[in-house]
Design a protein around this ligand. Sequence first.
Ligand code: SAM
Length: 311
Amino acid sequence: MKSSDNEKIFFERLSKIDPDIIIALKEPKKEFSFRINRLKIDNEEIKKELFNMGLKPKRVDWFEDAYVLPIEDREKVIKSSLYTEGKIYLQNLSSMFCALELELKEDEWLLDMASAPGGKSLLWSSILKNRGKISAVEKDRNRFFMLKRNLKISGAKNIKTYQKDGRAIGKICPLYFDKVLLDAPCSSESKFDLSKENPIHYWNLRRVYRNSKLQKELIISAWGSLKPGGILVYATCTFSPEENEEVVGFLLKNRSEAKLIDVTLKLDNFKEGMTSFNEKEYDPSLKKCVRVLPKGAFDGFFLAKIEKIGN
Ligand code: SAM
């Protein structure tokens, strides 16, 4: 298939999902976000430090540890000791929203099944000040070492790391965890910068279908490792329904104790999940999923929160 055919398919699909996505991806990024690492700094101190650096961040109203700055300040922040010493973590607002939806408590055990570079687990080490128990799994060797390095820089002590294939965990640790995060490997469509030349050269439908197959295997494994009464958060940074609603729908069809629940945060760039796409019909309850449209410091994202019914 020619790359121009690929591009045509890509844009046709996006305009069916939501035409505003194309408009947003064509806009150069104007902002970036970060959060403080409470293990190393507090909100009073960060305000002083940023003021001394001549920076004027906006505070995010739904998460007191998160801040937004103009994109031109990014270089200055990355070069600062705040960043190199792990006092702050650069993280997209969609990723923070995803992690917060886990609502992890001090006495709970979280499995982060596809975890590198560790941003979402680290958010909880920060909030819970190293309390709460987290098992972080990552398959890729290089990314696994990136994860370990980030844990060290951040001072996180409550995260144990495992270089493993997430597809094996459901059988190795059945009914273990109170919460499971599957932030799945995906076609990363939300990361495409359509203001650049040839932005989607490595995208094709075969990849989308291949990812969907892997994600279905991972979600079944994630489900197997979750305790009855526990919560699974499934997320991707892609728009394709085959990697999102179809994967969650596959779980609902194969596991009768799986029930979608509402997310806690509601914002105007959050859209409900789709119940059909390209002649495929999905379970009507998939409306409870959230498709985050790219906006400001939010990248495009998909999230589903699923409860395992039972005691
Ligand atoms: N949760 C991470 C964060 O917030 O920093 C980002 C995770 S990224 C979206 C998905 C990760 O899954 C990648 O690091 C990738 O290497 C890993 N991965 C891919 N296949 C996997 C598998 N079969 N088992 C476990 N991890 C896998």
